[in-house]
Every structure is written in C-alpha cells, then in structure tokens.
Design a protein. Structure first.
Lengths: 283, 183
C-alpha cells in the first residue's frame, strides 16, 4: 500500500507535462499553419520530443525524462479541406520509474475559410476541429473524449513566414476526473537565410531560422463530485528557436524550447527545457 | 597525286548524325512550350504538389519550375489542344491560383467570324489574335499589325509563329496577344 502511495505521489502534478504539444501541419515547428495541402495528397510528419523537468517545488526532488514520438498522417480531401490523424508514442522515466505506451488518438479536420494569393506571397486562414479519443495506454490516456477547436493563420513570402494559431480544447470527464480545459496560443516566425538570393532558375533547397512563442494555459482539474485538484493547471510560455531545412518533398527541422514563464498551480513539476526534431515527407 | 582516303565509317556516321538531327528537329517541332505563372507559391515544399497535379494532365511533359519567378514551364505535343480549364483546375486542386499562361504557337493565319485568328499546326486549335496588353475579349488585332503578320508569313497558307499571353473568355475560342512573331 505504501509503495502504491509513493508511486502516486511521484505522478502528482505531472498533468501539465503530459500534454503533448500537438502542432499538426506546422510549418513553424511547434505552431500550426494554414498552408494548403493538394487534393488527394498525403503527408506524414514524425517528431521526437524530449522533455526534461527537474524543478520540483514539492520537495520530493523528482526528475523527469520524457520522450514523445507523435506521428501525424495528413490527407488533402480537397485543396481547402484537410484531414489529420495523430498517434503519439510516449516513454517516460520519472525518478527511475519507467513506463511507455501510446497516448490518445487525435482526429482533426482543417477547413480553409479565407485566402489571398499574390505573386510570390500568400495569406490563409483556416478553422480546425475534431476529437481526441481515449484509446491510449495508462498513464498516457486521459480516459475522456476531448474536443479541440482552433483558428490558424499563415502569411508566407519567398523570404519569410508568420504563423499564428489559437486552440481551445474542451476536456471532459474520465477516470473520475473532470479534466481542465486547455488553451494553446502560438506564434512562429521563419526567415530564409540560405540561399540569401534566389537563383534564376530551378527550385533551391532552403534553410530557415525559426523563432516561436508557444503558450499553453490549463484549467484546474476537478475530482468528479468532489474538490478541485490544486496541483493542476497553470500557464507556461516557451521561447523556441529552431532551424528548418526545406526541400521539395522533405522538411527536416529541430527546435529547442525554453520556458520563459511557468506559472503552475500547487507542487507540479516544472519543465526545464524541451528539444524536438522531426521530418515531414509528402507523396 | 595522292588522294586522301576517307574511311567508309566516317560517311556512315555522318549520315546517321544528319538523319538523327533531322528526326530530332522533327520531334521538337511537334512539341510546344507552355509557361504558366502561379500566384501564392512561396516555399519549395509547396511546388511539389503543383507539379504533381500538372503531370497528371494528359500530354503535359517535362514540367520545370522557376521558383524565383513563380512560373512553371512544360512541354505539350502540338497535336493536343491546350486545355486552359484543365490547367487552371490542376493549379486550384494544388491549393493555388493560376495567373498568366504564355505560349508560343506555330500555325497559319485565318479568320474566325471575320476576326483575325491563328490555326495551330498539328492541333488545328483556333486562337483569336488580340492586341498586347489587352484583357477584354474584343480587342482584336489592328489592321496594321495584321498586315505586318501577313507580310512576315508571305501568304495565307504559310506557317508563322506567335508568342504571347493566352486569354480564355467563355464560349469563344482562346485568344492570344501578339507579343512577338516571326517565320
């Protein structure tokens, strides 16, 4: 009994870090984008995200190493309507206690609602909505059906790109807990540095520097029929510099995420930093 | 007096070379280069989808993109008429907008309902001839310019080439601006 209580104590206040920053068709690395996917086109996006957390206000000196491997399948139904399916694999080492498994599946639809094309630049606006189903393994599943809804916009020229997205996720009850809702808010800026001047012909591969601000606010959880969990919820903002190599069929990218603001409730473990890397390929 | 003896192999190779260049010239004349300007394309990753859609159109070959100018060029067989609607749809299905089509045509001068036109060699597709910079469908080629074309052609049944922007205005034949021409 004492051993179970000790294990539970370790997991207390980890809810925030369980959140998998889910940028799906991001052209910013951690920010969603509204750029088109051609009709009947398929893209696959894979990422590896390592999170390290050792700022423990509880005094239990917890230390977390977490590796998340979200894989996203993207399909263009039409040039304006895109389907996304994401499955995340998670491995976690919390103070020596290791566990691994699959997180909940996410299905989304993105619909372009406005656009403007000029020569050499474009602006797009899109709505995303869908659901997250409790198909994952313990302890990575929320055991609830959740509903994300977001608004995404992108402005892109040959030299730079700006993406912004705001996503609200309605989290429902699962496993005796009424999970708090989430608000994600992201802004990304990419700047082409190579080639500095475009060649007169052909399609050059390009190297972009990326800078993002990635925020997430979480409402407190409530125990169903009972009290609010004071060790849940809060607000974190990451500053995320990164680099991206863009080719005709493949994008390679990596970013480092540093929390510049962490306002967490109770004794939750705080993120020290996160690093991610990934690839996108189109068929 | 000594004669330089030219090996028989040399004549065979020379004949073969002349024959092949003639055939190549013949093949080249059967193809026509088309260039489209696409709006909204601003990353290399986006180009792939447009090229893939264009390659799905029958008789579209050798697709090449100039990323800096946002233009895509391809080759089509002259026997196949140019289908502006199919090109526009392909670019739209890729998520972008087609702006201008530039074409070089070879054909004979003719008329359509009394208006100056060119009938393309091979496809027999009709193109109304309109003034450079014209956007509305009725800015047909002036008499002066038409006479200049006829002079270059040297007769109604003689081939002439014309290069310009293609315009599509509903039920009437495609129109092409006469930006450049020659024999």
């Amino acid at each position: 009994m004492r051993r179970i209580r000790k294990q539970r104590a370790l997991w207390v206040g980890l809810g925030f870090i369980l959140l998998i920053p889910s940028s799906l068709y991001a052209v910013g690395i951690n920010t969603d984008a509204a750029l088109p996917v051609p009709q009947h086109h398929i893209l696959i996006r894979t990422q590896a995200r390592y999170t390290f957390a050792d700022d423990d206000p509880s005094g239990a000196d917890r230390r977390l190493h977490q590796l998340q491997l979200p894989t996203v399948l993207i399909y263009g139904v039409t040039a304006k309507t895109v389907l996304f399916g994401m499955v995340p694999f998670v491995y976690r080492d919390l103070s020596g206690s290791e566990t691994g498994g699959i997180g909940d599946l996410t299905f989304l639809v993105r619909q372009e609602i406005a656009k403007r094309d000029w020569s050499l630049k474009t602006w797009r606006l899109a709505l995303l909505g869908g659901l997250e189903i409790p198909s994952g393994d313990d302890p990575f599943s929320s055991h609830s059906i959740d509903f994300p809804l977001s608004l995404v916009t992108s402005f892109q020229t040959h030299r730079l790109e700006i993406d912004a997205d705001v996503r609200y996720k309605i989290n429902t009850e699962g496993n005796g807990t009424d999970h708090g809702d989430n608000l994600f808010y992201n802004l990304a800026y990419q700047h082409r540095i190579l080639p500095w001047s475009l060649p007169e012909g052909g399609i050059p591969n390009q190297l972009n520097l990326v800078l993002e601000m990635n925020g997430q606010w979480t409402q407190k959880d409530k125990i169903v029929g009972g009290a609010v969990n004071t060790n849940s919820g809060g607000n974190t903002i990451f500053l995320s510099p990164g680099i991206q190599y863009v080719m005709k069929r493949v994008i390679l990218e990596t970013s480092f995420q540093y929390p510049i603001l962490q306002d967490m409730n109770g004794s939750q473990l705080k993120t020290t930093f996160a690093v991610n890397g990934g690839m996108r390929i189109q068929f | 007096m000594s004669l330089v003896v030219i090996p028989k192999k040399f004549f065979v190779c020379l004949s073969l070379l002349l024959l092949l260049s003639g055939l190549a010239g013949e093949a080249y004349a059967r193809e026509s280069s088309v260039q489209i300007h696409v709006k909204g394309v601003s990353c290399p990753f986006c180009v792939y989808g447009i090229e893939k859609k264009l390659k799905q159109i029958p008789n579209v070959e050798s697709v090449e993109t100039n990323y800096k100018k946002s233009t895509i060029s391809f080759v089509r067989k002259k026997e196949s008429p140019i289908d502006v609607a199919a090109l526009r749809q392909a670019v739209q299905d890729a998520g972008f907008s087609m702006d201008v089509i530039r074409l070089r045509l070879q054909g004979i001068l003719t008329e359509w309902e009394g208006k100056p036109a060119l009938k393309e060699e091979g496809s027999h597709q009709l193109f109304l001839l309109i003034e450079t910079g014209a956007e509305e469908p009725h800015a047909f080629l002036s008499a002066n310019k038409l006479n200049a074309l006829k002079k270059v052609a040297g007769g109604n049944q003689h081939l002439i080439w014309i290069e310009g922007e293609v315009h599509h205005h509903g039920a009437i034949p495609l129109a092409i601006t006469v930006d450049a021409y020659g024999k």
